[in-house]
Every structure is written in structure tokens, then in C-alpha cells.
Design a binder for this molecule. Sequence first.
Ligand SMILES: *[C@@H]1O[C@H](CO)[C@@H](O)[C@H](O)[C@H]1NC(C)=O
Ligand SMILES: *[C@@H]1O[C@H](CO)[C@@H](O)[C@H](O)[C@H]1NC(C)=O
Length: 990
Amino acid sequence: MLKRMYFKRTRSNNRFNRYFYFVNIIFTFIVLISLVIKVASAVKREDFKTCADSSFCQRNRVYADKVSSNSSFISPYNLIENSINIKDGVLSGEIINIENNVHFILELNLLTTDSARIRINEKYPLKPRYEEVQNFALVNEPSNTLIYTVLPSKDGLTSISFGNEGKQKVIVYHSPFRVEFLFNDVPVVTLNDRGFFNFEHLRKKGDSSSFVDQSNVENNVNLNKNKDEDNNNDKNDDGDKEEEEEKGLWEETFNGKLDSKPNGPESIGLDISFPGFSHVYGIPEHASTLSLKETRGGSEGAYTEPYRLYNLDVFEYELDNPMALYGSIPFMMAHRKGASAAILWLNAAETWIDITKNKEDKHGLSGFLNFGKSTTTTNTHWVSESGIIDIFIFLGPTTSDIHYQYGLLTGFTTMPQYFAISYHQCRWNYLNQDDVLEVDEGFDKYDIPYDVIWLDIEHTDNKKYLTWDNAKFPDPIKMQNNIALKGRKMVTIVDPHLKRDDDFILYKEALDLDLFIKGSDGQVYDAWCWPGSSSWPDFTNPKACEWWSKKFTLDQYNGSTESLFIWNDMNEPAVFSGPEITFPKDIIQHDGWEHRDSHNIYGLSYHAATFSGLMNRKNPPHRPFILSRSFFAGSQRYGAIWTGDNMAKWDHLAASLPMLLTIGISGLPFSGADVGGFFGNPEPELLVRWYQAGAFQPFFRAHAHIDTKRREPWIAGSPYTRYIRDAVRERYALLPLWYTLFYETSITGKPIIRPMFEVYPDEEEGFAIEDQYFVGDSLLVKPVVNQGQTSIEVYLSGDELYYDYYNFQRIQGSNKVIKVDAPLNKIPVFIHGGSIISRRQRIRRSSAGMRLDPFTLLVALNKKGEAKGTLYLDDGETYEFEKGNYVYRQFIFTSGKLTSKSLSSDNSNLYSQTISSVLRVERIIIIGLDKKPSKIFAYNNSNPSLKQELEFKFGGIGTTINSFTTPSSKDVLVIKNPKLFITEDWTVQF
Ligand SMILES: *[C@@H]1O[C@H](CO)[C@@H](O)[C@H](O)[C@H]1NC(C)=O
Ligand SMILES: *[C@@H]1O[C@H](CO)[C@@H](O)[C@H](O)[C@H]1NC(C)=O
């Protein structure tokens, strides 16, 4: 929730730093004005850096150009042969840059998870370089494998095979230094293949031993040459460029704001290639495509700027753009038929990634490669401003393997409470207690379920978080208890900027305990955000985290109850008066590190500290729920994220699909986009379509800017309200499926909503499809994202059956596009043949009321007449499930039998006991049967002789199956009340 609208006006009217004293008054005034004035509807691009504005990005691009345009170029980095040592799964050695004699330490770890890690740091740095990012992103130090074989040495290279089946191999070439990772002897990831490796060693100002200085003249020549060739958009002209570059080494200025750069140049750059792969994915967050675009030259629609990773609060972001947004996950996955590989570039400084695709194979690899038709290689070039080279390489070979390998490293998604995956109602702002209760009652009146109502910044006493505006919210506890009676929750916003006000206890304590981030002058950093003059606790300081984590107990957070949860916004962090609306890079954090080194983990560190806060609220703890806007690799351990301040426009609805798919495959599946769009007023049709999409996405929350018209679901009126209700109710009917998928991702790392290539990895036609996706692998969803659209084309992967979600009509897949009706009351959804889905048909006020309701099992047969599915259940609140107190069932339909068996080792655990005589199957629906069975029997597996005959109907069913329609398809079989219990092993025989 960026409320930059206010700020934008303010900034254009004055320069914060100069008119500081007046700002308070002006600010209030602006707030009033901005409620009236309409805002220009585009990002202010000039607020944010291009590669040319960021001297290290420019230097490395220039270096890459110099290298690529020189056919006799040889990378100056050599691995010193007699320094190589291989022991306990680690290859270590020393690299020398022969141009300037700088020495580096190389460490290559072969890991137990069929992955590897490569670190390169200076051997004698002037001062330590930042490596702390691993303490935030990783769950623990990954262990080295002892299963590996050093292959007979050859001149100039060292090769080692490793991995649990010995199918992984790494070849390290010594001079020049280059690394190749192979799977089944086919290279899948290569490092420094193109020679862009460039490690700017720390130096003293005036020390000219750097090639950067020496090559300035050549750079200019090459840059301009390349401009023509590659259609580059580099801004600089020759004229003062040399001088400018020199200047960029030790300080640089952007939009009048100086970055003092006391350490000078310290960037790292490396090319990483994926030979034989024409698609790469990942590196969120960008409003870009699922299959990432080229950024230097390339086909139509390619970008001219690299993808940027630098957490920023971007006002009304532009679509189809590689500009940085709120979060960063430096994870990239390559996939092709038969192989997948991925990397994590573990660095929290500003990072840029260039992508190009190469149709020829310059190393002549194609001779022994099995690429099929495709010989495209995707080349990437990664550049970070500081830190060390630290890369994890995941060798798959499947995407599921990669998700698991990545999850073991950075952690799996934290298991949410049941309510958190239900529907959330948010707005900036619900005005007061009466407003909250009225909205709450509105949902009951219109028979729309919801679980959580949210309060934005206006609920606080003058933007002092963890306080209440007593005039608007005189009795917050009573308010929360009122909604809690219906099983509902509340979320309040808590941002990281603390109002500089001595009467504000949190500020005073953090000041006295010295927990704030310091400016480059050593004084507590003081800048502008919602409350006006603010300071930011340093969550990279363990003391600050510990202090913060004590602020959420019921006796500390006044006016809070156990049904209150938290929203962490503005944690990139957003700083209205800062460069690019965030912290200056040269401010000082814990242990004297510059903010520059750790920028992209500020949001994660804050999210993590708040998570500890909610863990401390109760003993034993209940599962926290915290929504964060900013994120990094590892954020999945702390809660959900959303895609920030989108707009109420059709193209923003469309853009949310590739954005969420990308974030999901990058290890953070619990994500969503503001339903309805944050800025602007959606027309009722758009609002309906957005609810329909949101109902089939992991985090489902409506949200709106303070200047927008009210848009609670009943305001749109007939027929829109009914359609919105249907969509929300469908979410509630499917909560058992969603909850099961959350459990499964919490142990496998697999995304919850999956692009086509995750489910059909060999089907190249699907590799770039981004406007439809699978929920788990049982539902295929194609949201309507265009105005006035009443029919839609859907691509059906695989030689498989699908069923219309509404009338259960059978559709044959076979990689073809079909056109289906999509009137406004219908979400194009298809049941994937071969799935068994658990539903709850009785929709109540909130998910809590449905927890003991019976299930309907929907069995959709595949073309072999088989199906399977899982169902996970637990208490939905506590961590008892970690002690085995859960129910995890598998349903299988095969050879005319439907069976239920337990997937948990202890089927009679405490939770299971509490529900065993309560939770039953009230209905079984089988679709795709060829003929009517003559009889159906059911028996408990512990007593097969005690068969009972079941009643059923076949064809022309008069039962309403989902929230919308009655199936008309003839081959539907419904067994009513089979008297089967969820926790028992049983068989239904046809
Ligand atoms: C090309 O690279 C070679 C070897 O690295 C170097 O000696 C030569 O000066 C470079 N030529 C140009 C024009 O940069
Ligand atoms: C909570 O309220 C009590 C009583 O008014 C007050 O003493 C205490 O400082 C408050 N706590 C916070 C964190 O504001």
C-alpha cells in the first residue's frame, strides 16, 4: 500500500531537505489537496535509476561489451593450479587476476542436495566484504556431500562427479577460470563462459591498479560501437564520460542526492549461461513476463535495460518493464524438455541482470547434446554493487527437485493458519469502529463469507504504529471480540518507520537502546515518511529484533487481542525524502556495514522480527500471519506477500498472473495481488473479474486506495454482487484443496499455482504461457482479463481429459486450444482428469464455521479411468501438526475401486481423535465414468466382509455441485451420504 500520491505532490512542490520545517504544515495541506486532485497515471521513471545512472552497472555493461567485441579477449582470471585442494566435498583454490595481480579465494562446495555452492572473495581485502546475507536468507549452513569422485586429471581442468546418483558433474577450467555444471554429462549451467567475470577489489582512493581505470578509453569506443550493433539505449555521450565514470567510482549523485561511496568501487559481475535452454524464469519482482525477456538486443519487445533487483516503493508501476519493484529474489530457473537447472545469486546489494539468447552454439556443444530441435542458449550477466560472489547451483533435474533443493536451503513456506488462506477485506481505510462493524455485518447481510478485516495507517494515533486513534477506535478490544464471535480476525498495519516523538514509547526506547540506523554522519538517521520525521530500527541488529519481538504481546500492544494479526508495509523501506524513495546507500547499519551491502534484506529482516513478535504472543505459540510488501529469498518462512500498489485497470489484472506465477516458482508461493486494483476505481465488470481471478490465487485480499470509492462487494449491486459472492463462496468451498496445497508446499517447496511447464514439463508449446495456470495440478484456471470478453481460448496440455468446472462436460486435451464460453458469471476453470478434489459445500460466514463440516469428494477420471488426490487437515492454528497431530489422506481411484488411506505415520494422533467421529464424507461425485455401475458397495478396510450397498444416481443429476450450476453432463455419478469417515481407511467398490 503505497500512498505516494501524497508524497508525489509534496515532492514536486518543494525539496524536502530544504524546507524541512514547513513540511509538517505543507504535508497536512497536501493530504487534503490530494484527496481532490487526480493524479497522473504513470510511474515517474526519472525517480528511479537506469543502468546508466548506476555507475557499477554501467561499468560492468561496458566491460561486457569490451569483452564481446574483442575476439582475441581472454579473461584475466586464472585459477592457480597448485593451489587447488579437494577435501570433504570442497574444492578450494586461489584465483589471480593477471592484469593487476589481485588474488582471490575460491571455494566450491558440493552439497548433499545435488546442488553446489561457489564463493569467491578477495584474499586480502582492505576491509571485510559483506557476507551476512546468508544469515537472513538461508535456514542453515548447507552440508557438503562426501559422495563424490574426482575424475582423472587432465591438463588445465579439474572435474568431479557428485550427487546421490553420480549424475551431477562439475568441471573447473583453470586458465582462464571457468566452471561448467553438467547433468548426465550435458552442461546445464556455466560460469564465466563469456568472460564477463569482473571482481572490483577494494582499493584506496588514488590507487590506479585497476583495469577499470586503464580501460576507460577503450570503453568509450566499444560502447558506441555496440550502441549501433545492439540497439542499446545507453544514455551517455562520449564527451564527459571518462570523467563521469571516474567520478562514479568514489561518489555519485542521482536526482541531486549524493552517494558518498566511502569504499569506492567494489562491484562483482559474472556471466552465467544455461546452454540449450531457451527459457529462463524467476528473479522477481518485476511487472514482466513469465519467460524472461532479453535485455540487450534480441527479438521484438525485448528490453534495453537489465532486470533490476533493488527493493523500491514504486508509485503506479509500469507494466512490461524490468524496473525494480518491492521485493527481490535473486533466483533464476532454466527449463527445457528433459532438464531444469537453477541458481541463487546470494547477494543483497543492488543487482542488475542482463539476459540475451544465442541461437548458435559457440562452443560446438551441439555435437553431444540432446537438445532436440532447440539449440538456443540463454546467457545472463549478473552484477551486484558490493559483497562477494556466492552462488548456489541447483541441478534438478526436474523443477520439483529444484523447488525441494531450494526449499532445503532457504526454508519452506511457513504453514499458515486456516483463516489466512480465506478471503480478506481491506481498504485504506476503514474509518472507525462503527465502519468496521457495519462492513462486517454487510458480509452477513449479503451472505458473503469473509475471514479478516484490515485496518490501514489511519487507525493509529498519528501514524504511531501499535497505538490506536482513540477517537475513531475507542474500544478496539470490544471491536475485535465482536468480529471474533463470528470466527473472524483483524489485521492492523505496522510499518518500520517510527515517528520521532519523545512521547512515543517505541521511539523513545529504540533511541535509548541505540537500535536505530545511523546516517553517514553517525547521528540517528532521520527522514520523512507517513508520520513526518521518522527513524528506522536496524533489524540486522539482533538486539533490535529481540526488542521488537517483545512488542506484540497482549500486554504490550494495547488494544490487541489474540485475533489480531499484522501487516508490514513500507519495508523496502520506503523513505519519502530518500534517494529513489528509499534509504541512502551510505547510511550505517549494525557492525558498521553500509546499508548498500544489505538493502534487499531490510524488508525480510523486519518481517522476521515481527514474526518473532507474534510467536511470543502465546505459549505455546499460534501460527503468525504477517503480510509483507518487501521480500527476499527466505521470506516464505515468515508469511505472505503481495504485489504492491497495482492499479484498477485490466492490464494490471492481466499482469498479476505472470507476476504471481514468477514469485511462486521462486520459492514464495503465498502471494496475491490487490483484488480490484489499489489505485483508481474499477468498473463493476473489472471488479467481478478480479474477484474471480483472486479466488483462484493463494493470497486473496481486496484492497483500495483512500481516494477511491467504496467497493465492498455489495456496492456494485445486481448482478455484480451476486457474481462476486459466487467467486468468494467458491474459494470457501475449495479451502480444503488450498489448505492441502499449503501443507504440501511447506514440505516440498512446489508452487501452489503452477505454470504449464511445471505440470507438463515436456510440452514446449506451454513453456511461455503465462495467462493460465494450474492450482496444484488438479484445476486449470484461465482468468478473464479483458473487458467485455464473453468467450476465451484455453490451451489444454497433454493427451489428457479435462472437465468443465460447471457442467462437468468432458473435454479431450491433446495440446490444443479450445474456445469456451466465459460470460461474466463464469470463471473459466477446468478439472484436470486424474484428480480427486475435496470440497465443502456448506458455505458459512467464515472458514472457522466450516471446520467440522462434511466433505464432498469430486473424482475426475483421467483417460485411463483413474484418479488420485490428497487431503490435509489439522487444528488450523497451532504447531501441534509438527508433533504429528494432523490428518493426511490419500484417495485413489483405480480398477473400479476408490480407496482412502493415511499418509501420516500415526493415524490415531490427538488431532485425528478429536475429529474421527465428526468429519465424514457426505457425497462422492465421479465424473468420466463410461457406464453406469450396477451396484456400489463400501467397506471399512479393517472389516472388508461388512459391506454396505450404497445408493447412487447416474446422469441428469439434480444436485447443485458448486456455487453456480447443476451439472447436466450425463456421465456424472453421485453417491449420497456414503457414511464414510475421513480418518478411516475405506474402499468404495464399483
Ligand atoms: C583484446 O583482448 C586482448 C587479450 O585480452 C588484449 O590484449 C587486446 O588489447 C584487446 N584488444 C582490444 C581492442 O581491446
Ligand atoms: C499500554 O497502556 C498502558 C496503560 O495506559 C501504558 O502504561 C503503556 O505504556 C501502554 N503501552 C504501550 C506500548 O504503549
